[in-house]
Ligand binder design. Structure first.
Ligand SMILES: Cc1cc2nc3c(=O)[nH]c(=O)nc-3n(C[C@H](O)[C@H](O)[C@H](O)COP(=O)(O)OP(=O)(O)OC[C@H]3O[C@@H](n4cnc5c(N)ncnc54)[C@H](O)[C@@H]3O)c2cc1C
Length: 542
C-alpha cells in the first residue's frame, strides 16, 4: 500500500487527549480518530472532580508545582510540572471556547466556580458539578463531529504499529502507520499515517477491581513497547480508596469529595478505622486511605468496608453529589440514609510511554499523549485533577509538533498477513486467562507488595504470555484476544518495574523495602534486544 502526502494523522483514542490533538490539528491536516468501543467509553467521560486551573488571585504557578511535587513523592520532573502549570489557564480558556459548561461563579476567575481537592493548597479545580469529564467529552465530541477534516471511526481497534521493521528495508527506525481491526467487519486494515498518536488511556483493567472503563487495557503502552519505545514508572498505579462495591456496578467511583465533606469510613460493626491509621483520618492522601482499607479488609476478611454519609444534610448531599446519589439510588442504596459499600480500585496509571513535552516518543513519527504516557508530571503519585490538564496542555503541544514536523516521504506498507491463522475454535481460553490475570495482579501486585509475591506473579505472567502468544499466532484476532495480549504485556512491565524499586515511595509500597531512600530515580524500562519476551510473535505482518 502506498503512503502519500495526504496521509492523515492517525490518532488512536477518542478521550480528552486524542480529541484535543485532533481539534488542534484539523485546520491543517486530515485526521482519523480511532475508538475501539463506543465513543463514549473512555476514562475522560467518567472523570468527576475536575481539572486544574491556576486562575485564582490567591494561587500561583509555584504553589501548584509545589503541590504536584509533594504528591509525586520526590519523582516529579519539575520542568514538566512547571510547563504544564504555566499553560493551565490557557487550557481552561480553550475548553470554555469549545463550549464546556463549567459550573459558573460570577465572582470567580473567568466567571468559573473553583473547588478544592485533597493535596491542593487552594481552590483551583474547574468543574461541571460532579460530572466534569462528561461535560468536557461531550463538548469536544460535538466539535469533532462538526469538523470536516476529522473522521471518527468507532469500533476500530489499533492492533500494532507499522514500523521500519515491517518494511524489510534498511530504513532508520520510524513509525509509518497502524494495523487496525474494524471490529464490525472482523477485518484488519493497513492505515498509513503521516504521524501516529497513541492516546489510549491507562491500564486499570489489569486489576480485578478498577474504577476504569473497559477500554483501559494499556493498548498504547503495549504497542509502543513492542515497537521499541521505553516505558517509565509502571509500578506507580494509583488505587482510588472508594469504588462502589456492588454486583451490578463494578467500576463506579465514589468521589473523595464525599470524604472531604465529612463522610466516614467504617467497619461492619460501625467502628471508624481511619483515625487509627493517620492523624488526618478520612482526609489523609489517597494512597494512605487505600492502604488502610486494604489492611482492614485483609485483617477482618471483608469483601468491602462502608462509607457513611448519613450524618450529613440530605439536601446538601443531593445537591452536591447528584450523580452519586442517583446512581446509588438506582441500585437500591439511599446515601442519605444508608452507608455505601466501597472497595479500593485501580484508578490511574502514573507511568507509561516515555515522551517529551511535545508528545514525542523514542520512535520518530510516533507520539503519545494522556494517561498512556510517562512525562514526569505525576512522579510516584498523581495529584488530583492534574491528569485532565496534562491531556489538554500536551495535546496542544503534540499537535503543534506534528504540524511542524510530520513526514512527507512515501513508503509502501505491507498488508496485514493472516494467511497462517484460522478462526478460534473456542473462547474459553481467553475468558479464563483474563480472569486469572486480573485476580493474580490484584492479589500479588496490588496495594501492598512483597518481593516473593512479585516473583510469583512474574512467573505466572510468563506462563500466561506464552499461552496468549501461541493463541495469537494461530487464530484470527478479536478485540478480547488483543486486549488480553496487551494486558499481559503491561502486567509484566508493572511487575518488572516494581521488582526494580528497592524502597517504598508514593504509590509503591513493599513490605520488604518499607523505607524511602534518600535519593531515587524514575524506573525506565528499555526493551532488551534479542530476548524472547521482546520478540513480536507471527501474524502481525512481520
Ligand atoms: C472514574 C474516574 C474519575 C476520574 N476523575 C478525574 C478528575 O476528576 N480529574 C482528572 O484530572 N482526572 C480524573 N480521572 C483521570 C482522567 O479521567 C484520565 O486520566 C483521562 O481522562 C485520560 O484521558 P485519555 O484521553 O488519556 O484516555 P481515555 O479518556 O481513557 O481515552 C482512551 C481512548 O482510547 C481508545 N482506545 C484504547 N485502546 C485503543 C485501541 N487499541 N484502538 C483504538 N482505540 C483505543 C478508547 O476507546 C478511548 O477512546 C478520572 C478517571 C476515572 C476512571
Amino acid at each position: 500500500m502506498e503512503s502519500t502526502r495526504n496521509d492523515p494523522v492517525v490518532i488512536v483514542g477518542a478521550g480528552l487527549a486524542g480529541l484535543t490533538v485532533a481539534l488542534h490539528l484539523a485546520a491543517q491536516r486530515p485526521v482519523v480518530v480511532l475508538a475501539k468501543r463506543g465513543v463514549h467509553e473512555a476514562a475522560t467521560a467518567w472523570a468527576q472532580g475536575g481539572i486544574v486551573g491556576v486562575l485564582g488571585h490567591d494561587d500561583s504557578i509555584e504553589s501548584h508545582v509545589r503541590d504536584t511535587q509533594d504528591a509525586g513523592a520526590g519523582l516529579v520532573d519539575e520542568a514538566a510540572a512547571r510547563f504544564i502549570a504555566e499553560r493551565s489557564a490557557e487550557a481552561i480558556e480553550w475548553l470554555v471556547a469549545q463550549g464546556v459548561p463549567f459550573s459558573p461563579d460570577p465572582q470567580g476567575p473567568l466567571g468559573l466556580h473553583l473547588t478544592r481537592e485533597g493535596g491542593h493548597a487552594v481552590r483551583r479545580i474547574a468543574h461541571a458539578a460532579d460530572a466534569t469529564g462528561k461535560a468536557i467529552h461531550e463538548a469536544l465530541l460535538e466539535q469533532v463531529r462538526r469538523h470536516p477534516s476529522i473522521e471518527l471511526r468507532e469500533r476500530w481497534m489499533a492492533v500494532d504499529l507499522i514500523t521500519s521493521r515491517h518494511l524489510k528495508r534498511d530504513e532508520p527506525p520510524r513509525c509509518y502507520g497502524v494495523y487496525a481491526l474494524d471490529i464490525e467487519r472482523g477485518r484488519v486494515d493497513t492505515l498509513p499515517a503521516a504521524a501516529v498518536v497513541l492516546a489510549t488511556g491507562g491500564v486499570g483493567k489489569v486489576y480485578r477491581y478498577t474504577s476504569n472503563p473497559d477500554t483501559a487495557t494499556g493498548d498504547g503502552i503495549a504497542m509502543a513497547w513492542r515497537a521499541g519505545c521505553r516505558v517509565g514508572n509502571m509500578e506507580f498505579i494509583q488505587f482510588h480508596p472508594t469504588c462502589l462495591y456492588h454486583p451490578q456496578e463494578r467500576s463506579f467511583l465514589i468521589t473523595e469529595a464525599l470524604r472531604g465533606e465529612g463522610a466516614h469510613l467504617k467497619l461492619p460493626d460501625g467502628t471508624r478505622f481511619m483515625p487509627a491509621h493517620d492523624a488526618r483520618a478520612e482526609l489523609a492522601p489517597r494512597d494512605i486511605v487505600a492502604r488502610a482499607i486494604d489492611f482492614e479488609m485483609k485483617k477482618h476478611g471483608l469483601d468491602h468496608v462502608w462509607l457513611d454519609a448519613t450524618h450529613l444534610d440530605a439536601g446538601f448531599l443531593k445537591e452536591h453529589f447528584p450523580t452519586i446519589y442517583a446512581r446509588c439510588l438506582s441500585l437500591g442504596i439511599d446515601i442519605t440514609r444508608q452507608p455505601i459499600p466501597v472497595v479500593p480500585a485501580a484508578h490511574y496509571t502514573c507511568g507509561g510511554i516515555v515522551t517529551d513535552l511535545n508528545g514525542r516518543t523514542d520512535l520518530p513519527g510516533l507520539y503519545a499523549v494522556g494517561e498512556s504516557t510517562y512525562t514526569g508530571l505525576h512522579g510516584a503519585n498523581r495529584l488530583a485533577s492534574n491528569s485532565l490538564l496534562e491531556c489538554v496542555v500536551l495535546g496542544r503541544t503534540t499537535a503543534q509538533h506534528i504540524q511542524a514536523h510530520a513526514r512527507m516521504e512515501v513508503a509502501a506498507l505491507p498488508p496485514w498477513d493472516e494467511s497462517q491463522v484460522e478462526d478460534a475454535d473456542e473462547q474459553v481460553v481467553i475468558a479464563h486467562n483474563w480472569d486469572e490475570l486480573r485476580l493474580l495482579m490484584w492479589n500479588y501486585v496490588g496495594i501492598v507488595r512483597t518481593t516473593r509475591r512479585l516473583e510469583r506473579a512474574l512467573h505466572r505472567i510468563q506462563l500466561l504470555r506464552s499461552e496468549i502468544d501461541d493463541y495469537y499466532s494461530n487464530f484470527r484476532v478479536t478485540r478480547d484476544l488483543l486486549e488480553l495480549r496487551n494486558l499481559v504485556e503491561c502486567a509484566e512491565l508493572i511487575v518488572r518495574s516494581a521488582l526494580m524499586r528497592h524502597e517504598s515511595r508514593g504509590l509503591h509500597f513493599s513490605r520488604d523495602f518499607p523505607r524511602t531512600l534518600p535519593v531515587s530515580f524514575p524506573t525506565i524500562l528499555t526493551r532488551p534486544a534479542g530476548r524472547r519476551w521482546a520478540d513480536s510473535p507471527p501474524g502481525c505482518g512481520l
